[in-house]
Design a protein around this ligand. Sequence first.
Ligand code: MF3
Ligand code: CO
Ligand code: CO
Length: 274
Amino acid sequence: MSINIKTPEEIAGLRIAGRLAGELLDYLTPFVKPGVTTAELDELAYDYTVNVQKCIPACLHYQPEGMTPYPATTCISVNHVVCHGIPSEKKLKKGDIVNIDVTSIKDGFHGDTSRMFVVGKPTIAGARMVDLAFQTMWAGIEAVRPGNCFNDIGIACQAFADKNGVSVVRDYGGHGIGRGFHEEPFVAHHPSHRPTPVFEPGMVFTIEPMVNAGRYHTTVLGDGWTVVTKDRSLSAQWEHMILVTETGYDILTCSKGTQEPPAWVKGWKKPSFD
Ligand code: MF3
Ligand code: CO
Ligand code: CO
């Protein structure tokens, strides 16, 4: 039971893997259109990961204890699907809100990131969930600095969600990441009643809150993977990999297509990729 502190070499490896995962999402972006099936998007992701980026798709055949092996490269979670949506022959349609979550392994290091996409013209409710989930992630990121603790992420995410009348999923969370896909600790996006570890420079973990329009409860479908909101309300999620630095944080999953932070984020600038 311990959170490992990454060496500068490990951080460099994670930054490369993280950027590749971001670039995979950049590559997929123009294909997210009405009429495309999520299986088609998954096949594009597999080919790009393996043949262009020379990475290993970490999700494909990933099998946590007690689970069946995950059958795809990506998780594609549409509308009321919270996470772990399995790509299928179902076509995307105008107004769908879609999370694509990718994890790639490069030289033994994992890069894990996800973004939301809106298919065609957004609905008011869909656009609002996408934006509120993005800002909830950023509320969590902004809580990261040495001396604060993991619970500060949960407090910040929950406070932002409460203020905006949405809920934060409790059954799934972020995680440490490195040579392992899911390392310690579990990163809750809601407040914890138990003490949580204090941030130390060199820790690397994900922040990936799932935000629901209705209640926070979830159900797993019969396929053993697909997580949906129990009340079938819309759900949205964004994910970055975060490094704790001496003074705050850095983001390891940036690429050219990374969305700029909300205007209220003052201390972080997106790197340039030109
Ligand atoms: N990428 C997901 C995460 O953010 C994990 C997906 S596991 C899978 O942690 F098996 F469903 F792919
Ligand atoms: Co993750
Ligand atoms: Co992920």
